[in-house]
Design a protein around this ligand. Sequence first.
Ligand SMILES: Cc1cc2nc3c(=O)[nH]c(=O)nc-3n(C[C@H](O)[C@H](O)[C@H](O)COP(=O)(O)OP(=O)(O)OC[C@H]3O[C@@H](n4cnc5c(N)ncnc54)[C@H](O)[C@@H]3O)c2cc1C
Length: 514
Amino acid sequence: IIPPASINIQRPKTKRKRNNNNLSPLLSTPTNKTPLLPSPSLAMTTASVIIIGAGISGITAAKELAEKGVEDVLILEATDRIGGRIQKQSFGDVSVELGAGWIAGVGGKESNPVWELASRLNLRTCFSDYTNARYNIYDRSGEIFPTGFAADSYKKAVDSAILKLKSLEAECDGQEAEEAPSSPKTPIELAIDFILHDFEMAEVEPISTYVDFGEREYLVADERGYESLLYKMAEGFLYTSDGNILDNRLKLNKVVREVQQSRNGVVVKTEDGSEYEANYVIVSASIGVLQSNLISFQPPLPKWKTEAIQKCDVMVYTKIFLKFPHCFWPCGPGQEFFIYAHEQRGYFTFWQHMENAYPGSNILVVTLTNEQSKRVESQSDEETLKEAMSVLRDMFGPTIPYATDILVPRWWNNRFQRGSYSNYPMISDNQLQRNVKAPFGRILFTGEHTSEKFSGYVHGGYLAGMDTSKTLLEEMKQSLLLQPLLAFTESLTQTDQRSNPQMYTNVNLISGRS
Ligand SMILES: Cc1cc2nc3c(=O)[nH]c(=O)nc-3n(C[C@H](O)[C@H](O)[C@H](O)COP(=O)(O)OP(=O)(O)OC[C@H]3O[C@@H](n4cnc5c(N)ncnc54)[C@H](O)[C@@H]3O)c2cc1C
């Protein structure tokens, strides 16, 4: 394969640092609400609550607190934008989603709150039907596996996955396990195993998202991006003008490195040497960040908490975008997704064309996960493009055109993410997740990884943010009620303290463990 002289290797964008935050144009539309004016103190360093991270969970928590009267929140975000793992980028004349792309869980008995937000914003979406993907499985010579054979292999793989799960469950319960099914070996078995485990059955059945909100999934295909939902939320409680957030309660490019708590409050230190004080802190950084040493806690987090954090798996999920001069893949009904069967599990297996989302865009997306994601992240995009082209030529022949652009997001090597989303072990008790979520003194934890039912999803992040703010509001109410009593006991303690200095302990206002 001879690559053309000029290929556009596009990097995920990071804007230059600046004071104002560039917002999507939709914010220039005036709202009915009177926005809060920026506080006179531009160097705002104290607040009731500091929120670390401005992804969907952090913004939701901040909005909920502000709406309930706790307006002096301070959001410290490491990057130069809000949105976190919801991030659009222009690529080949359209807007693609580097992170979350689908609103999963639509059409059920309950309404998915993210779907509601999207509907209010008239976000353009298109229905995704993965069910046909199993009938579009290509072998290395470009032949499509016959429908009957593919359906049979798929059924066998599902049965074997269920058997495996049951034997694992039996083993955990100390019962005699049934014989575990043999592992997938042939390329088609490996491809189906990848689709089942890294996509469809990555969660334990029944999948709460589908049960509660419905089984339909919609791909966001809107130039404003999935992230416009967050901007719309921000507009409701932060001061914005001409599409910019001008509110000094949101501080961008603030990388939190230390959270120090004492009985009186919490001090948060950032990489640039700034210090902020608050009564409470909400940490919304991802599970991958919590597993890394980016943020240190003083006193250190207890063992039950750090153990739970380390036990949660992190899934790496990479969507590689490729732009072509024209379409050479089938685009008819039921052909949006197709699969490549290779001897190596997960090797450029799962493909999607973007003609349904953006007709005429000539873009393909291939999804890699875990080890394959880490491998491509560590090599040059030219290398990755060569591999992708070789796979496409296996499927569609040697005469297909070479891609003109490539975009490879790097979620694993991003120190503010360290992965794509949490993936709790298939067999685990809820205690693990409860410990990841449980507050430690004045520090609360939120984010998709703290959502018991919807971890890994945008709606998981949203509902976690709501949940954490409710917990905190309750705690603040309690401590307000208790204040006179605490003041009284404190005066007694101070009297005692003079005679017995040992009596001072670090009081945890919120019980550390659920
Ligand atoms: C590739 C990919 C595909 C996905 N696909 C889907 C999908 O189709 N549908 C779906 O529902 N979900 C999907 N998800 C998951 C979804 O994006 C997440 O569950 C959700 O966005 C997480 O929101 P959050 O608020 O918990 O975390 P985040 O969005 O990660 O927000 C945390 C914020 O904290 C900031 N931060 C981290 N460390 C620090 C620090 N030290 N100091 C200050 N700030 C810090 C980060 O920069 C970030 O902005 C996908 C995710 C990825 C990556």
